[in-house]
Design a protein around this ligand. Structure first.
Ligand SMILES: C[S@@+](CC[C@H](N)C(=O)[O-])C[C@H]1O[C@@H](n2cnc3c(N)ncnc32)[C@H](O)[C@@H]1O
Length: 355
């Protein structure tokens, strides 16, 4: 009885997030058509059946998300967690941000970043307004809005997708051939942690692990620290400002590495470097879980959707990502592929550094 009611509560919450996101996107589009029609991107029409397929994929994702909670992969409370108060308070800022975004689109300026940053601290490919984000990843304003924007983009399914890496990690980690003394906590690194949503999920599933998050954005790490500090008990994860191509840890330090929604924002050589760096940082026998956007070869039914995403949002490397073969990068870095699977609009790869 309790489980049934809790499941209904979860489904209602997700349906609410989905309906809210769709309403937000619809109103934003209407406003754009009225206020800045010249900035409207040309999108392709969706094939009949795409929306039905999306609903089906979303339902399957949510069913799995609930099931993994029930199976004890993570506590079911995680399914209801989120910085709700912050999101509610910050929501109006999304609307207030529109004029600045239209202005940049009109100027076709995708490198409009805060004047105060030291550009030499970042690789050139990073210095952009990814997904038309005001200030790119380089301000507290951007960090404050990012999660809300991602939740809306994915109709409330961002965290359910991130959580898909937890089951395979949970099943694989106890069987690692890393020679770890069981009394030593697992060491897990989240590459490009952003505001720490994946670390939040990892913490719930592996409460006794030592977590490290790395990202190039000081502002995003600051936001991650604020939210992670709100969790009761446990160690506050270590947050490190670093490029995923050169993370300041010794070789073979981590048992597991995660990397969520990063690869599509890297140029191909950096993508390859990131996989090689993950290999260097993992203990022999350690595992890497990569979760990123779907690609047309695995999800041909959503090819037009992906193409429209690329056209509407500034995603300079997404076109190349769609054509790239992540398995090749993993292979060239030295990994053995353990599994790859699709969840709604995300693809998950689990790979192991051979023992
Ligand atoms: C789309 S966000 C994903 C963030 C987070 N993993 C999530 O699931 O929301 C991409 C993140 O990658 C970071 N990033 C991009 N290129 C990077 C690089 N070369 N090194 C470290 N972080 C990078 C950005 O600062 C941003 O926080």
């Amino acid at each position: 009885m309790f489980a049934t009611l809790a499941k209904l509560a979860y489904q209602t919450l997700q349906k609410g997030k989905g309906a809210f996101s769709l309403a937000h996107k619809d109103m934003s589009l209407r406003l754009l058509k009225t206020m800045a029609p010249d900035t409207l991107a040309k999108t392709l029409p969706l094939a009949p059946g795409t929306i039905k397929a999306l609903h089906g994929a979303m339902d399957a994702l949510l069913e799995r998300d609930w099931q993994d909670g029930e199976d004890g992969i993570y506590p079911t409370e995680l399914l209801f967690s989120g910085p709700w108060k912050d999101w509610a308070v910050r929501y109006p800022l999304l609307w207030l941000d529109h004029p600045a975004t239209w202005d940049r689109l009109r100027r076709r300026d995708f490198r409009d970043l805060p004047k105060t940053i030291n550009r030499q601290h970042y690789p050139d490919y990073y210095l952009q307004n990814f997904h038309n984000q005001t200030d790119g990843y380089l301000s507290d304003h951007s960090a404050a809005l990012y999660d809300l924007q991602v939740e809306i983009l994915f109709n409330g399914a961002a965290d359910p997708m991130r959580r898909r890496l937890l089951r395979p990690l949970k099943h694989t980690l106890p069987r690692l051939g890393t020679g770890r003394n069981p009394s030593r906590p697992l060491r897990i690194l989240d590459l490009a942690t952003g505001t720490g949503r994946t670390m939040h999920q990892l913490w719930a599933a592996f409460p006794r692990s030592q977590l490290v998050g790395c990202d190039l954005s000081e502002a995003y790490l600051r936001q991650a620290g604020r939210w992670l500090a709100e969790r009761p008990g446990g160690e506050l994860p270590q947050l490190v400002q670093a490029n995923v191509e050169a993370v300041p840890f010794v070789d073979s330090w981590f048992d597991a590495i995660t990397c969520v929604f990063l690869l599509h924002e890297l140029p191909r050589p950096a993508r390859a470097n990131c996989m090689k760096e993950a290999f260097r940082l993992l203990k022999p026998g350690g595992v890497l879980a990569v979760l990123d956007s779907i690609q047309p070869k695995d999800s041909p039914q959503f090819k037009v959707l992906s193409e429209n995403f690329r056209r509407v949002y500034h995603e300079p490397f997404y076109g190349d990502y769609m054509a790239d073969t992540i398995e090749n990068h993993l292979d060239q870095a030295g990994f053995e592929l353990v599994l790859s699977e699709t969840h709604f609009l995300s693809r998950l790869w689990l790979a192991r550094r051979p023992p």
